[in-house]
Ligand binder design. Structure first.
Ligand SMILES: Nc1ncnc2c1ncn2[C@@H]1O[C@H](COP(=O)(O)OP(=O)(O)O)[C@@H](O)[C@H]1O
Ligand SMILES: [Mg+2]
Length: 421
């Protein structure tokens, strides 16, 4: 796995930038067409109209900028106008200054615009800065509630009323989830009443912290979102890997702030610490120190949540064996996600390739054995694209949807490691 420092400076693909901005727009309920994005000769430019250029927007912009990147120069800061530019980490280094990200907000001359420009490719920290700014400038939240503060800090907020795509509900796993997580979340009073009857001293018998473990692509992140939806609770998704890389050097403070913000809400929520293995101790000595500090903050904060009745922590990790034992011990329930079994695969095929007959479904399921959920999904989507290409190139529409043969062929290519098209 790449360390935070390694991923922090990696240039992003335009498609990744678009996807993140679309997601941000969807989360704050803004039409993504309103974000005018241009990328010409490696000059990046994002422009959008804002409702109002208030003093508080300008001040918040500086605060948000500072949270994401350490050093800035304020070119202009006056009523209804702000122009700032990032500087190098080393304040005395002058190279590349012209290429640093710039933010300009103007409420002058009838304008009401936010503009972010950068010469050259964007990196993670800059992208999450842009999302945070858009949330602040375009979000329709009055004042700043806790959830939008969390969103500004790089968390994703999933509300139970959000529309999300369906999933194949693997019966064994979902039964277990229902029993261990969803029922207690939905009916805490029943659990508490029983505990009051049984204990000489009342203590909670509901799970406080649940850990999802399992290889990548087995559906941990997807399931956490669905648990929230089923239980009717907001999910605060904390993508640790991204947050740690975006706030390299400040990540300890950042994590503490996120926890503190989360604990100030009164509404019940699921705090979902995704990719918690980003905190696993590193072999690199300098990073090791940093991750120890981070870990001790996390442990303290999770302990703090013990007394908080309205928050349940869900963690997800690909590598539970690498997690610190003190951290592992904080989770009272562990749910293992594995490569799907035959019945799950068949359910996935019914979900991603419903046109296949029961017989074909079974045949394909056998061949897909051993693949992760993500891989199975990928194979199904590739088969569709393959069929689409053929229809376009040969101008035929012999079949309306891929047949078993398409999936088998795509699977063979997939196993050979042919890159996706
Ligand atoms: N139960 C499911 N039904 C349908 N698709 C799923 C399901 N679980 C996961 N997926 C798909 O598989 C992909 C990988 O899942 P993800 O939750 O990201 O895995 P993980 O977090 O374990 O790495 C996702 O893009 C999602 O679309
Ligand atoms: Mg995941």
């Amino acid at each position: 796995m790449a360390t935070p420092r390694e991923t922090a400076g990696v240039p992003l693909q335009l498609s990744e930038i678009r996807a993140e901005l679309d997601r941000t727009a969807a989360e704050i309920g803004v039409d993504s067409q309103k974000l005018q994005l241009t990328f010409e000769r490696s000059d990046f430019n994002l422009r959008c109209e804002v409702e109002e250029v208030s003093d508080s927007l300008l001040i918040d912009t500086i605060a948000i900028a500072k949270r994401h990147l350490e050093n800035w120069r304020i070119h202009t800061f006056e009523k209804s106008f702000l122009s700032i530019q990032a500087l190098n980490d080393n304040l005395f280094a002058t190279e590349g200054l012209l290429e640093k990200i710039k933010i300009r907000i103007s409420g002058l001359y009838g304008e009401k615009t936010l503009e972010i420009t950068k010469k050259g490719a964007l990196v993670h920290a800059e992208l999450s800065l842009m999302s945070a700014l858009l949330r602040r400038a375009l979000g329709r939240v009055s004042g700043k509630d806790v959830l939008s503060q969390l969103a500004e800090m790089g968390c994703h907020i999933y509300r139970p009323q959000d529309k999300i795509g369906g999933i194949a509900a693997f019966s064994r796993l979902t039964a277990k989830l229902r029993e261990t997580v969803i029922l207690p979340l939905k009916n805490p009073e029943v659990y508490d009443k029983i505990a009051r009857e049984t204990r000489s001293e009342f203590s909670l018998n509901r799970p406080r912290a649940v850990l999802f473990t399992g290889p990548p692509g087995t559906g941990k992140t997807t399931m956490a979102r669905h648990v929230g939806k089923e239980a009717g609770l907001v999910v605060v998704h904390v993508p640790l890997e991204n947050i740690l890389s975006a706030y390299y050097g400040e990540s300890t403070k950042r994590l503490a702030v996120i926890f503190d913000a989360a604990t100030t809400t009164r509404e019940p929520l699921i705090l979902f610490l995704d990719e918690i293995d980003a905190l696993a101790p590193s072999r690199n000595e300098k990073l090791f120190e940093a991750s120890r500090r981070l870990l001790s903050v996390l442990l303290r904060k999770i302990d703090g949540l013990e007394t908080q009745n309205n928050i349940i922590t869900v963690g997800a990790t690909n590598r539970p064996q690498d997690l610190d034992s003190a951290l592992l011990s904080r989770f009272d329930t562990i749910l293992e996600f594995n490569e799907p079994q035959q019945e799950d695969i068949q359910e996935l095929i019914r979900f991603y390739a419903k046109q296949l007959s029961a017989g074909d479904n079974e045949k394909l399921a056998q061949q897909l054995s051993g693949l992760s959920v993500r891989a199975i999904r990928d194979v199904c989507l590739r088969a569709e694209r393959q069929l689409a290409r053929e229809q376009i190139e040969k101008s035929t529409t012999a079949v309306a949807a891929p047949t078993l043969e398409y999936y088998v062929r795509t699977l063979a290519e997939y196993r050979l490691g042919r890159p996706a098209d």
